[in-house]
Design a protein around this ligand. Structure first.
Ligand code: HEM
Ligand code: HEM
Length: 185
């Protein structure tokens, strides 16, 4: 993906989409892991419903975000970063775009192949998009579980890097993604 001509921080639209997706991704991972441990019954059903709803919302937001990124670009990397840090951060960002989108798609297609529409916070249901195929659904959910842990690990690395910039290096990299009201660029 190309870099735009913005200098300093990300645009307001990019920041808004980043934080909306970040809240949804942190929620979907926490709910995804805890729903497996919840006792069968109304609580577990509710957690599954919320997980799928957040997943569907992420799919929509990520499509919007990727389109915006392709059209508007992003600010050039922070000038204080070393060459390897630029490479590492763009690899992590690229993987986040790819894996988060893939997780949402695999969840949606896997659930469709199971034969059930995807709920959206009890408001409406998203249509089934592939024919019923339970073996395919099982395979996709095995993949969904493995990739889920990979996404969680990469998100943890990304957050650790951002906090390291803020608290240890104090170099203003986190401020590139913060709203102006919170001291952002
Ligand atoms: C970015 C979006 C998503 C992320 C990051 C995500 C992440 C996860 C994680 C971490 C787990 C737990 C894995 C485990 O227990 O080891 C999980 C399980 C699950 N997810 Fe998602 N998910 C997403 C979207 C979706 C969507 C859109 C659906 C369905 C419409 C869905 C349906 C499920 C189901 C049914 C399980 C239980 C799988 C099983 O135990 O076999 N997910 N997900
Ligand atoms: C507390 C949580 C988070 C913090 C503090 C944080 C912080 C940041 C910061 C400071 C940047 C800009 C880096 C730079 O200037 O080079 C950034 C970019 C990015 N973040 Fe996060 N982030 C968080 C959560 C997430 C989550 C959960 C995702 C998962 C989708 C994510 C995905 C991304 C992506 C894809 C970029 C690159 C944006 C682009 O260049 O187009 N972030 N994040």
């Amino acid at each position: 993906m190309s870099y735009g001509t913005l200098s300093g921080g990300y645009s307001t639209i990019a920041k808004t989409l980043h934080w909306l997706v970040a809240i949804c991704v942190l929620s979907v991972i926490t709910i995804g892991i805890s729903m497996g441990y919840a006792p069968e019954g109304p609580l577990q059903n509710r957690l599954f419903m919320l997980h799928k709803s957040f997943g569907a919302l992420i799919l929509f937001l990520m499509l919007l975000r990727i389109a915006y990124r392709l059209i508007a670009g992003a600010p050039a990397p922070d000038p204080t970063l070393k060459a390897w840090e630029r490479t590492a951060s763009s690899a992590v960002h690229g993987l986040l775009y790819l894996l988060v989108l893939a997780m949402a798609l695999i969840g949606y297609v896997g659930h469709s192949a199971f034969g059930a529409p995807v709920p959206f916070f009890g408001l409406f249901e998203l249509p089934v998009i592939v024919g019923k195929n339970e073996p395919l659904s099982e395979k996709l959910f095995v993949l969904h579980r493995y990739l889920g842990w990979a996404v969680a690990a990469i998100v943890a690395l990304h957050i650790a890097a951002a906090l390291q910039h803020y608290f240890i290096r104090r170099d203003g990299v986190l401020q590139r993604m913060l709203p102006k009201a919170l001291g952002g660029k």
